[in-house]
Ligand binder design. Structure first.
Ligand code: HEC
Ligand code: HEC
Ligand code: HEC
Ligand code: HEC
Ligand code: HEC
Ligand code: HEC
Ligand code: HEC
Length: 415
């Protein structure tokens, strides 16, 4: 069975497609031997053949997805203990494999302790646009002018639809938003299928100040290929959806979004559950589910890093890239001595089934002190051994996004 993956590195065509969407992307390619600025190069994995994926819209940067992401040859549910040790990946599957996925509601019946995951930002990070949730944003009386293109953008809620209108010398164009990317904690970027083509709309809604701004990657000056926004190539469409979904079902060159599972939930991190549930039902000794708790040292880069960026794929020397480091948590953490020498992982601090904000600084700091209290090498802080470790060693930084949301730099060091 041929698996269609959004991130097959051998597919040279995708590189071209990504560069097409984001001109200038090629210059961001990583030179294999460059260390990140200000540090020695992190040891370990080889750079993979480069699939460079433009994601200006999300980050204004370029990344490459790792080979582990492609899920090549892993399109079946794990069927042996050996396969059960593979880190799951978010995949684009043919419709024939959709039955392997059961959806969150099946999982939480037997795993009520993890049920709260379905309410987290991960789970809400991609939603279909509905009047109930989104009309209020489109009702804000906003007008954004791009003087270079002489286009004025205007959100509207009309006829039960959430619409972006672009008015200029050539007349008026409009597109209804179909999908909302982002849980809303920072903001939403909308995708429209008006005319059957996936179009990332030109303006996005931000929580801070509750206002509309140009979508990152589509700022002023006619960088977009349609008046209402950027029409995405099929590969770019898949890449976007892949980092914000649990599983994607392909339909021809595009996606069958009705059959796909939007938002990052159970089977996104754990893999398809059908054979697991069958195994559990017949009380098989192998319950056919990846044992992530036994692979903790691999999780930060191989599981979380699929979406939170893996270090092999990022060239921090590329223009505008270093400032984005706080948004690339897996990359930043991989530069930290705590990670390299102490085995610190994402799940040391984050409950994968909860929201980061539900943990207090006191609790995060307690994690630091759990290592940094004894003798060398994990010495206590010479400056403030009882202070707010996170504030000094994981500073909150502006990454140049509209409305300036701040991100914690996960490169833990003396800043
Ligand atoms: C019919 C009940 C049932 C359903 C439905 C179910 N599970 Fe399980 N699951 C179990 C049992 C029983 C275990 C074994 C618990 C143990 O060994 O402590 C388990 C174990 C697990 C583990 C732990 C694996 C390990 O050893 O670290 C994970 C992860 C898991 N299930 C995820 C899921 C996901 C995701 C779904 C939805 C696709 C799901 N389960 C659906 C009953 C179920
Ligand atoms: C399939 C892609 C994907 C994977 C895998 C993934 N994440 Fe995320 N993560 C996201 C996206 C997308 C968001 C943005 C959520 C939003 O829209 O607010 C996010 C947000 C977060 C946040 C901030 C939101 C919050 O308050 O919790 C944390 C923390 C986080 N992820 C940690 C992790 C960890 C730890 C892992 C690995 C165990 C992981 N993620 C795996 C895609 C992913
Ligand atoms: C490599 C994986 C990846 C790709 C590709 C990706 N995102 Fe994201 N996205 C994330 C992660 C991880 C987060 C949360 C952490 C963060 O914001 O740094 C996020 C957050 C967001 C947010 C929440 C607000 C914000 O900006 O933080 C929006 C909106 C968003 N992405 C839209 C998009 C759109 C639209 C695309 C495609 C054009 C896209 N993303 C492609 C991983 C990805
Ligand atoms: C962002 C990735 C992610 C998502 C989404 C996710 N999990 Fe997990 N889950 C993990 C990781 C990582 C571990 C291992 C945690 C550890 O080692 O502390 C885990 C552990 C588990 C375990 C084993 C429990 C244990 O204490 O060992 C179960 C059961 C489980 N998850 C079920 C679920 C269910 C059910 C859902 C959906 C409601 C879900 N998970 C969603 C990443 C995720
Ligand atoms: C799992 C154990 C562990 C945890 C948890 C941990 N660290 Fe570390 N940390 C280490 C180790 C090991 C080193 C390397 C010590 C050395 O090189 O001698 C280190 C190094 C450091 C350094 C020196 C960095 C450098 O580049 O030399 C700082 C600062 C630091 N940690 C702060 C923190 C803070 C703040 C936290 C919590 C946010 C934290 N650590 C959590 C294990 C840990
Ligand atoms: C030493 C503890 C620690 C580790 C390890 C850690 N984080 Fe965080 N993370 C934090 C803290 C503290 C915050 C800020 C939480 C807040 O302000 O509510 C945070 C916030 C985040 C956010 C939200 C965006 C932001 O900057 O506020 C994301 C996404 C995230 N972490 C992902 C990850 C991923 C992925 C990993 C593993 C590569 C990881 N984290 C490892 C402590 C940690
Ligand atoms: C007010 C800011 C501040 C706070 C709060 C703070 N630190 Fe530090 N820490 C520093 C600075 C500055 C240095 C570098 C000192 C130097 O190089 O002389 C440092 C150094 C360190 C080192 C490296 C020590 C070494 O010998 O290499 C560790 C480990 C560390 N801090 C851990 C922590 C932990 C754990 C906490 C929380 C209990 C914490 N820090 C709180 C500012 C702070």
């Amino acid at each position: 069975m041929k698996q269609i993956s959004a991130r097959r590195p051998s597919d040279a065509g995708q590189v071209a497609a990504a560069d097409e969407v984001h001109p200038g992307g090629a210059q961001n390619r990583r030179a294999a031997d460059q260390p990140p600025p200000g540090t020695s190069r992190t040891s370990g994995r080889q750079a993979v053949p480069s699939l460079f994926v433009a994601m200006m819209a999300c980050l204004g940067i370029l990344v490459v997805m790792v080979a582990s992401l492609t899920g090549c040859g892993q399109s079946q549910a794990p069927s042996s203990p050996a396969q059960a040790s593979a880190i799951p990946t978010v995949r684009v599957i043919p419709p024939s494999e959709r039955g392997e996925y059961l959806g969150n509601s099946a999982c939480v019946t037997c795993h009520p302790k993890q049920a709260a995951q379905t309410q987290t930002r991960h789970a809400r990070t991609l939603q279909q646009v509905t009047a109930d949730v989104h009309a209020k944003y489109f009702s804000i009386p906003a007008r954004l002018l791009d003087p270079l293109e002489e286009l004025t953008f205007h959100p509207q809620f009309k006829g039960g639809r959430c619409v972006i209108q672009a008015t200029g010398p050539q007349g008026t164009s409009e597109a209804a938003a179909d999908y909302a990317f982002g849980s809303g904690a920072i903001g939403y970027t909308f995708l429209s299928y008006a005319g059957g083509r996936p179009t990332e709309l030109r303006i996005s809604h931000y929580v801070n100040g509750s206002r509309w701004e140009f979508t990152p990657g589509q700022r002023m000056g006619g960088q977009s290929n349609s008046p209402v926004g950027q029409v995405l190539s099929p590969n770019h469409e898949r890449t976007c959806f892949a980092c914000h979904s649990t599983v994607l079902v392909s339909r021809g060159a595009g996606l069958d979004l009705q059959q796909s599972i939007a938002g990052v939930s159970c089977e996104g991190c754990h893999g398809p559950g059908r054979s697991h549930v069958e195994a559990v039902r017949i009380r098989a000794p192998d319950h056919r589910m990846a044992r992530l708790s036994t692979m903790r040292e691999r999780l930060s880069l191989e599981l979380c890093g699929q979406c939170h960026r893996a270090p092999d794929n990022v060239d921090l020397h590329a223009p505008g890239m270093a400032v984005q480091l706080p948004r690339m948590q897996s990359v930043a953490l991989s530069y930290s001595a705590c990670f390299k020498k102490g085995g610190l992982t994402c799940v040391t601090c984050h409950n994968p089934h909860g929201d980061a904000a539900s943990v207090t600084h006191t609790e995060y700091n307690a994690k630091c002190v759990s290592c940094h209290s004894g003798p060398a090498p994990q010495r206590p802080c010479p400056v403030q051994p009882q202070g707010d470790c996170v504030n000094c060693h994981m500073p909150s930084q502006d990454v140049g996004m509209p409305t300036s949301p701040r991100f914690r730099n996960h490169w833990i060091r003396a800043w």
